[in-house]
Design a protein around this ligand. Sequence first.
Ligand code: NDP
Length: 335
Amino acid sequence: MTSTWTSTEQVVCIKAPGGPEQMQLQAVETGMPGAGEVRVRHKACGLNYIDIYHRNGSYPLPMPAGLGMEGSGVVEAVGEGVMHLAVGDRVAYASPPPGAYATARVLPARSVCKLPDNIDFETGAAMMLKGLTAQYLLRRTLPQGGLQAGDTVLFHAAAGGVGLIACQWARALGLRLIGTAGSDEKCALALQAGAAHVINYRREPDFAARVRELTEGRGVKVVYDSVGADTWEGSLNSLAPFGLLASFGNASGVVPPLNLGQLAAKGSLYVTRPTLFTHLSTREASQAMADELFAMVSSGAIKIPVEQRYPLAEVVQAHRDMEARKTTGCSVLLV
Ligand code: NDP
């Protein structure tokens, strides 16, 4: 192989933001990795809700754009200065820029980690973005004084990809997690995964009242909210004094502008808007976080719930299912 070597890969591209039909599989020339980069031949790619925000323009990308932030596969080439990977390594990653929906790609090596032998490629592709998110939320995005076993938290969309992993992680930490989900079947899945209580927020939109009942009127220490517009107000109303609202997504639309006075009126509350990629900004942090996730999965404390599988060519259907709230747990594209 020379530094000018390229190959033709199947890559999902969009030319403009829009609906699922904007995505097209195209043949694209893919080259060798530059300094600090790695080239990965994919076995599977993870589907994430952020891919929808990228596709529909809520998180704008320069056009034309690739999509997908998570994958697993085998290293085909490493660029200058990359010391932790070698050709032939089995790897998995969660990393910008979008472009994981592809048979192979070049990407920054920083967040690419060797996959332990006991974790298969499908699990590897499904677990990195969602598992590391559940981890930083429950382990690093904490109220004053931290979280102790027995503390109660509220986690929305608890039967989704991040949600079902978070239910299991919370159980392992001894937390009492109240989960919300959009159907009774989804509620049952969250309970099975470790939620202590579940609320079907489509049937019971005033979930904050139920949270008060379940906490003898106190409210919870932390609300983890990725639903956004539809749950924002109820999330603030579910918190105990000094509680923390971690707003980490907007599946139902962006949250309204925040009136800071509300935080005082509702009990000296805290609000944060975190993103995984701040946590993964160095190679050391990425590896340390991945090691902890790998240990949880290897020990069996967390089972990665891959519930939907699609061939790469069926990515349009995969997005339709995710947006229609038809999916549970994790979804992968098989390459
Ligand atoms: P999910 O599998 O959880 O899918 C999103 C879920 O949101 C749906 O299944 C649905 O569950 C719920 N939802 C509620 N209202 C709506 C609506 N109006 N339209 C569509 N879905 C709705 O996705 P992921 O596991 O990939 O991600 C979960 C969330 O976390 C996303 O919002 C994502 O953007 C965010 N995220 C944020 C990260 C960060 O670092 N900030 C990193 C990773 C994910 P139900 O039917 O039960 O309500």
